[in-house]
Design a protein around this ligand. Structure first.
Ligand code: IMP
Length: 190
């Protein structure tokens, strides 16, 4: 299998934290909760590129009410692992969110700086409602108090890759989420 090949070639991949089945089961649970909460409405699911793409695609297919979708791309990390604390919009939404029931779909909530920025930005565009679903959260890393309405998994303070999450644009295609063991010295930057 291509994925195992990849693992063999790269010694930086550490233990699997969440296997594919565990992720899929939790995505379905989140989708059931969202389906119940949005009865009679059409949630507008905004995926945050690029990390949330896999989660977004699986989540919308498991939701049992009609949805609309859009995407936004922000830069909060460069090609490494350290947050700059600065958030910029690289690609804005295609459509207005005014009057819509927006559900922002994030891959991981780390310091919270990206989500804080996105929530303020989207709120200023007058949606009908604004909620957040994040697949992962690292509560111990939070620098700003920000709330996610739906959280897939709390994870420890480890750098993780797979299921959309990258390191230097790699590993997004792994079907599981695993720790990335970084070369000595890299961690000192965190
Ligand atoms: P925050 O602004 O610090 O909350 O960072 C959020 C963004 O940082 C996420 O959307 C990811 O793109 C990236 N990020 C944070 N932690 C990780 C990780 O462990 N692996 C991969 N990307 C991460």
């Amino acid at each position: 299998m291509a994925v195992d090949w990849f693992r063999h070639l790269n010694e930086a991949l550490g233990p699997i934290l969440l296997d594919a089945e565990t992720i899929q089961n939790r995505v379905v649970e989140l989708a059931l909760q969202i389906t119940a909460d949005y009865q009679g409405r059409t949630p507008h699911l905004i995926g945050v590129l690029k990390g949330a793409t896999i989660f977004h695609a699986d989540l919308i297919r498991a939701i049992g009410v009609g949805v609309s979708v859009d995407f936004i791309a922000v830069a909060s990390y460069g090609s490494g692992i350290k947050s700059s604390g600065e958030v910029r919009i690289l690609k804005d939404l295609d459509e207005s969110v005014e009057g819509k029931d927006v559900l922002l779909v994030e891959d991981i909530l780390d310091t919270g700086l990206t989500l804080h920025y996105l929530l303020e930005n989207l709120q200023s565009r007058n949606p009908q409602s604004l909620r957040v679903v994040t697949l992962l959260s690292k509560p111990s890393r939070r620098q700003i108090d920000v709330h996610a309405d739906y959280v897939g998994f709390d994870v420890p303070d480890k750098f993780v890759v797979g299921y959309g999450l990258d390191f230097d644009q790699r590993y997004r295609n792994l079907p599981y989420i695993c720790e990335l063991i970084l070369p000595p010295g890299t961690i000192a930057d965190l």
